[in-house]
Design a protein around this ligand. Structure first.
Ligand code: THU
Length: 129
């Protein structure tokens, strides 16, 4: 699969965002080891604190459907300075995906790829338990 297809799926998922409070729409597209793409969008709530980010929605959807190994994730938002995953999502991505490439994209097609390990060094994980 081309990177462009993954970023397009992240942008398409962004259109489903439920973000009436922040108006900040985010989409994610997570590719598993079989090539299947699992998408997610941010889903806010009137209590604010129950909001789920697009990345975690994509990961939890994928895991709940039996996906176990992941290749990369694309994250789409509408910012000039490309939007990276929040700290909570970095932890969840590390747990389920390990050191995968994180492809950031905006609505103008600007992209940048970062490794999760660089965004999230010295992670706490199962190796400490
Ligand atoms: N958000 C995401 O979905 N992913 C990110 O990487 C950054 C933040 C959402 C959470 C909330 O609905 C809105 O963006 C503003 O923080």
């Amino acid at each position: 699969m081309e990177v462009l297809e993954l970023t397009q799926q992240a942008l398409a998922a962004r259109a489903h965002a439920h973000a009436p409070y922040s108006h900040f729409l985010v989409g994610a597209a997570l590719e598993d080891s079989t090539g299947r793409i699992h998408t997610g969008c941010n889903i806010e709530n009137a209590t604010y604190g129950l909001t789920l980010c697009a990345e975690r929605v994509a990961v939890f959807k994928a895991v709940s459907e039996g996906a176990k190994h992941f290749k990369r994730i694309a994250i789409a938002a509408d910012t000039d300075s490309l939007t990276p995953p929040c700290g909570a999502c970095r932890q969840i991505l590390w747990e389920f995906c390990g050191d995968i490439p994180i492809i950031l994209v905006n609505t103008h097609g600007k992209t940048e790829t970062l490794q999760l390990k660089d965004l999230f060094p010295r992670a706490f994980d199962a190796s400490f338990l």
